[in-house]
Design a protein around this ligand. Structure first.
Ligand code: TYD
Length: 192
């Protein structure tokens, strides 16, 4: 089973993934936790390029293709083998993130990004996508200092991210559950 945790930065995805992993393992399940991008060697390198500070520009189309390239490697190298081995895969971000960050917030055509996602994943979709929803200003205030390249884009960008996730989850509601991430950690975990 393939479960994706996605949503705006600051929504508490990482904490919830760890708690869910513990809960599932406590029930005898074999669980693999993955980060998109980041759980392959190529993904780590791309993640550094995408989120670190550098002195040259990265065009939004290039950025989209880099996230998508990291995803293609992740699916081939990690997700498919783990699923074939009968594991439950918990993945931090997946296809919706690129549609929302580089499409809704970055201005690229939504359908083109879905096509690129299709190429990268070979059509592999999550069995369940948990969308962590939170008002943009609350999400932004949770981030504190030390923002990465995406996070430093400000509240207007975050507002588009939130709206993008909600809009896409209504367009493709099958297998998508919206989780109210304003709740306390324990309450969110209980919902999951
Ligand atoms: P995330 O993995 O949530 O990083 P962290 O929790 O360590 O800050 O996300 C990294 C950032 O990359 C986040 O701001 C969202 C952005 N992102 C995109 O812009 N497009 C994408 O396709 C993906 C997967 C992430």
């Amino acid at each position: 089973m393939f479960i994706v945790f996605d949503g705006i930065d600051g929504a508490g995805k990482s904490t919830q993934i760890n708690l869910t992993k513990q809960w599932l393992e406590g029930r005898g399940q074999s669980v693999e936790t993955l980060y998109d991008p980041g759980s392959t060697e190529l993904g780590k390198s791309l993640r550094q390029l995408l989120l670190g500070e550098h002195e040259y520009p990265i065009d939004v189309t290039t950025e989209m293709l880099m996230f998508i390239a990291a995803r293609a490697q992740l699916v081939a190298e990690k997700v498919r083998p783990a699923l074939a081995a009968g594991k439950i895969v918990l993945c931090d971000r997946y296809t919706f993130s690129t549609v929302v960050y580089q499409g809704y917030a970055g201005g690229l055509p939504i359908e083109k990004i879905w096509q690129a996602n299709q190429i990268a994943t070979g059509g592999l979709q999550a069995d369940l996508m948990l969308l962590f929803d939170l008002p943009a200003d609350v999400a932004f205030s949770r981030l504190g200092s030390g923002l990465d390249r995406m996070e430093s884009r400000g509240t207007a960008f975050f507002e588009k991210v939130r709206e993008g996730f909600l809009t896409e989850s209504k367009r493709f509601p099958v297998g998508v559950e919206v989780v109210d991430a304003t709740q306390e950690t324990e309450a969110v975990q209980a919902t999951i």
